[in-house]
Design a protein around this ligand. Structure first.
Ligand code: PMP
Length: 365
């Protein structure tokens, strides 16, 4: 089919049409360079201008303080599960705290066991990962080097609306923001490290962005592979080795687009509106659709829901696909449905989904 679909995938995910068209128009020849971005040297002046503009625009979007570095890396957010303890802990004996709110923070916690002594100070698993804990009840280790959270659990659809503070005044808050990166303003100064895979809100897969306070750079454990050492990447402006050039270029186009939309406060407004429409449709369906997540921490990005009659799920997905709405199946670990409605999902896509859901219910109630 020649038509673009409404793609509700969790990542890789839908990108802004204007960005795709711009990339298309510049694909063969990037401005005056006589070649495409994919072909140019990562050390030449053209690519240097691309990566510098991407960083500058991201700094503007998130108002990143000057004592933070921005790194464009590879290996996905999964690589950061190891890089964080390797860089922040002096040895594998150092204690660190993890809050487990879903599959992704659990994966980060498990990887950290190889390079630190992580303590799961709270787990939402007994309640099927539908909650964020109250911060005052957390039993933090006063010696922990950092407190790790997943700001938005992509699979379970739980999102922090405020952030905890590490108990140890020398510790920092570390956040995996893969699935809500640049979806709303964030006070970067609350965090020691923010990391995110690009492939949900800001670009194609293959780029991982790390925002790190400079004093955390430079004391990685000795066993740290060179590609996981933040100092190597910071000293070389993310050009120690060949970076994912085209992906960084695409992220740059997305950042420009987000600035053109009025910045992250505007982006958040639209995301709130989209999420409200969808959650309202679920909550007002008399139980035909259900979202298991506690209302106060429902994600603006990933909306999981189940059908009262699970035997209708396959038909729901099939019928939705006939109307050009795809990738609505929930993650295989939780089942049900999931609609990911990142920045680039237009309001029209959410409206169409909600109207489909109402029709489907009317047919099957
Ligand atoms: N953290 C979160 C919150 C995610 O959603 C994902 C990917 N879905 C990851 C980590 C893993 O990212 P990657 O595939 O880029 O390694």
């Amino acid at each position: 089919s020649q038509e673009r679909l409404f793609n509700f995938a969790a990542g890789p995910a839908t990108l802004p049409e204007s960005v795709l068209r711009r990339a298309q128009s510049e694909l063969f020849l990037w401005r005056g360079s006589g070649m495409s971005v994919m072909e140019m040297s990562h050390r030449g002046k053209d690519f240097k201008s691309i990566i510098e503009k991407a960083e500058a625009d991201l700094r503007t979007l998130l108002q990143i303080p000057s004592d933070y570095s921005v790194l464009f890396l590879q290996g996905g957010a999964t690589t950061q599960f190891a890089a964080v303890p390797l860089n922040v802990c002096r040895s594998a004996a150092d204690p660190v705290d993890y809050i487990l709110t879903g599959s992704w923070s659990d994966k980060a916690f498990k990887e950290a066991q190889k390079y630190s002594k992580p303590n799961a100070i709270w787990s939402g698993k007994p309640e099927k990962y539908t909650k964020i804990p109250s911060f005052s009840d957390l039993q933090q280790n006063p010696d922990a080097k950092y407190l790790h959270i997943c700001a938005n659990e992509t699979i379970h659809g739980v999102e922090y609306k405020t952030y905890p503070t590490p108990l140890n005044p020398d510790a920092v808050l570390v956040a995996d923001m893969s699935s809500n990166f640049c979806s709303k303003p964030v006070d970067v100064s609350r965090f020691g490290i923010i990391y995110a895979g690009a492939q949900k809100n800001v670009g194609p897969s293959g780029v991982t962005i790390v925002i790190i306070r400079n004093d955390l750079i430079g004391e990685a454990q000795e066993i740290t592979p060179v590609m996981l050492d933040y100092k190597i990447h910071a000293d070389n402006n993310s050009l120690y080795n060949t970076p994912p050039c085209f992906g960084i270029y695409m992220c740059g186009l997305v950042f420009e687009d987000l600035l053109d939309q009025g910045g992250l406060a505007q982006v958040e407004k639209r995301n709130v509106e989209k999420a409200q429409i969808l959650y309202n449709a679920i909550d007002r369906s008399n139980g035909f659709y259900r979202c298991p997540v506690e209302k106060s921490v429902r994600s603006l990005m990933n909306v999981p829901f189940t059908l009262e009659k699970p035997e209708l799920e396959a038909e729901f997905i099939k019928e939705a696909a006939k109307e050009n709405m795809v990738q609505l199946k929930g993650h295989r670990s939780v089942g049900g449905m999931r609609a990911s409605i990142y920045n680039a999902m237009p309001l029209a896509g959410v409206q169409k989904l909600v109207s489909f859901m109402k029709d489907f219910q009317a047919k099957h109630a």
